[in-house]
Design a protein around this ligand. Structure first.
Ligand SMILES: Nc1nc2c(ncn2[C@@H]2O[C@H](COP(=O)(O)OP(=O)(O)OP(=O)(O)O)[C@@H](O)[C@H]2O)c(=O)[nH]1
Ligand SMILES: [Mg+2]
Length: 515
């Protein structure tokens, strides 16, 4: 543009009668001004870059009740997309798996003692829950063990007594955060505020308002362990970095010695543990007391020989199946290939795993902001919450799902519901546990996996349709068993691509429903 036609030209033109020294001074001044201006431009550019990066960052929040499978879902993500970190961390799960095994054995010993002592099942006075199907005969609960059998069982107690010490050592190793959770430790909350909505606390069927047989049984079995945050892993991995003080190194050496001692005691008890688990009388007692160890978190009783060996190193599958309760919120970052290009470009995903028990749910809310997707695992229709034996797990999940779906803060967030632990669901139905005893609306429909899953899916789908305000929000419902890493990898990939065929996909309220 010719200078004359520029309306600003005369305002920026140097004075016509400028002396050489004035010109020099002006140039210096202009250079300084340009320097300041460039610095401001650079700052703006950097801020823009950060903003863009934040926009490019995919935030995923794992929500749901305790034991539903959030951390296990996270493990699947890490196994698939953060293999290096996973491998580096794998060995540190050894103590967790050893503790899972030891606690299973100790819970069996506790059950045997209850039987030897002729302790009746606590639930028997709960006549209201008498319609829960049982394989055994209720009137037959008092101990009918012969003197020889009692002696034999007591021998297990004696021979496996070193495991109490191992349990203590492992808990010590896993940090001060390891603590017992008893069913009334965490007071029930009558409501949970999720942004603008209240968590509609649903009363479960009155028949199941009584402490369920299961929850009481868990009390006999012993409580699970709790590990706070990442402390134990920080200790194990970061503790070995150079620059650590001598004092820390000394304590790590002590820890190594303790690890060795734990492994040796476990190896020494290996045969007895196996004999206990395979003993027909023990199996009969567990059956009579309706304890199915296979359905418990951290089940490793079929792997005793391998896990109780001195040289044991966890496999991928062991880590996925191990149980470590989450307290607080843990953040993980993974890099995922961009699904829409073959450029090899990776996007950063940040995944938040939260503790699911009731008192921890308030800590979820700050993480709702800017979250791209929520993965919400649901599990178990016939159990009550560990922290509140009066609340049926399915009812609790339904209430939570409603609260999450209707939260105004989450209207732009993609919702992914995992109807999880389908393997356990299948086993329970096959073993004759009647779904309709826990979910009355189910009525006289067949007690088979396909109609039961269809029913649960419909319940969650209908809630999503009814309570979604933003009609553009995507909601997916998958059936999963997230301990099956192969199948879960397929689900994660299909979810990443937004494939419809493997899930129920809801895009708007207008989608038809059966109910
Ligand atoms: N059989 C089976 N077990 C599962 C499945 N999903 C999770 N589990 C087991 O259930 C237990 C609990 O799972 P977690 O992932 O720790 O549960 P969570 O939701 O993170 O629980 P909190 O941390 O207490 O909130 C673990 O021992 C898992 O191995 C599944 O699909 N099938
Ligand atoms: Mg967890």
């Amino acid at each position: 543009m010719p200078e004359d036609s520029d309306p600003f030209a005369e305002f920026v033109r140097p004075p016509l009668n400028e002396t050489p020294s004035e010109r020099e001074a002006r140039k210096i001044r202009e250079a300084e001004e340009k320097h300041v201006s460039d610095a401001i431009d650079e700052q703006i550019r950097q801020e823009k870059q950060i903003l863009q990066k934040q926009k490019a960052l995919i935030k995923i929040l794992l929500l749901g009740q305790s034991e539903s499978g959030k951390s296990t879902t996270l493990k699947n993500f890490r196994l698939e997309y953060a293999r290096g970190e996973w491998e580096a961390e794998k060995a540190s799960w050894r103590a967790v798996i050893q503790l899972n095994l030891v606690r299973s054995i100790l819970s069996i010993l506790g059950t045997l003692q209850a039987e030897i002592d002729g302790e009746p099942l606590l639930e028997l006075d709960d006549t209201e829950s008498a319609d829960i199907p049982l394989d055994g005969n209720d009137s037959n609960l008092s101990s009918q063990l012969s003197g020889d059998e009692v002696q034999h069982l007591q021998m297990f107690h004696l021979r496996l007594s070193p495991l109490h010490r191992v349990e203590m050592d492992l808990k010590l190793k896993l940090g001060a955060g390891t603590e017992e959770l008893t069913s009334m430790d965490e007071l029930p909350e009558s409501s949970l505020s999720l942004g603008n909505e209240n968590y509609p606390y649903e009363a479960p069927d009155s028949r199941h308002m009584v402490r369920s047989r299961k929850s009481r049984r868990r009390k006999i079995q012993g409580e699970e362990m709790v590990v706070r945050g990442l402390r134990w892993r920080e200790f194990l991995s970061y503790g070995r970095r150079p620059g650590f003080t001598e004092r820390t190194r000394a304590s790590l050496d002590m820890q190594d010695a303790a690890d060795k001692s734990v492994a040796e005691i476990l190896a020494g008890c290996s045969d007895d543990m196996k004999m206990l688990w395979t003993n027909p009388t023990v199996r009969d007692i567990l059956k009579k007391r309706r304890i199915e160890m296979e359905n418990n978190a951290g089940f490793f009783l079929n792997d005793i020989q391998r896990i109780a060996s001195v040289s044991y190193l966890p496999s991928d599958d062991d880590v996925v199946r191990s149980r470590l309760r989450t307290l607080g919120v843990q953040e993980y970052r993974i890099f995922v290939n961009s699904s829409h290009s073959n450029s090899g470009l990776k996007r950063e995903w940040v995944i938040y795993d939260v503790g699911g028990s009731r008192t921890m749910r308030r800590a979820w809310i700050p993480f709702f902001e800017d979250v791209n997707a929520i993965i919400f695992p649901v599990s178990c229709f016939d159990e009550t919450l560990l922290e509140d034996a009066f609340v049926n797990r399915l009812n609790d999940s339904i209430g939570l799902w409603k609260a999450v779906i209707s939260s105004k803060m989450l209207q732009n967030t993609t919702m992914v519901c995992f109807l999880n632990k389908c393997d356990i669901l299948k086993r329970k139905l096959r073993n004759g546990i009647q779904f309709s005893n826990y979910v009355r609306d189910y009525g006289s429909r067949a007690n088979d996996i396909t109609p039961v899953v269809k029913y649960i899916k419909e319940r969650f789908k209908n809630i999503a349709i009814k309570y979604t305000v933003n009609e553009k929000r995507m909601t997916y419902i998958y059936t999963t068993s997230v301990t099956d890493t192969k199948a879960t990898a397929t689900t994660l990939r299909s979810g990443k691509k937004g494939e419809r065929e493997k899930s129920v996909l809801l895009t708007s309220r207008s989608e038809s429903t059966d109910n």
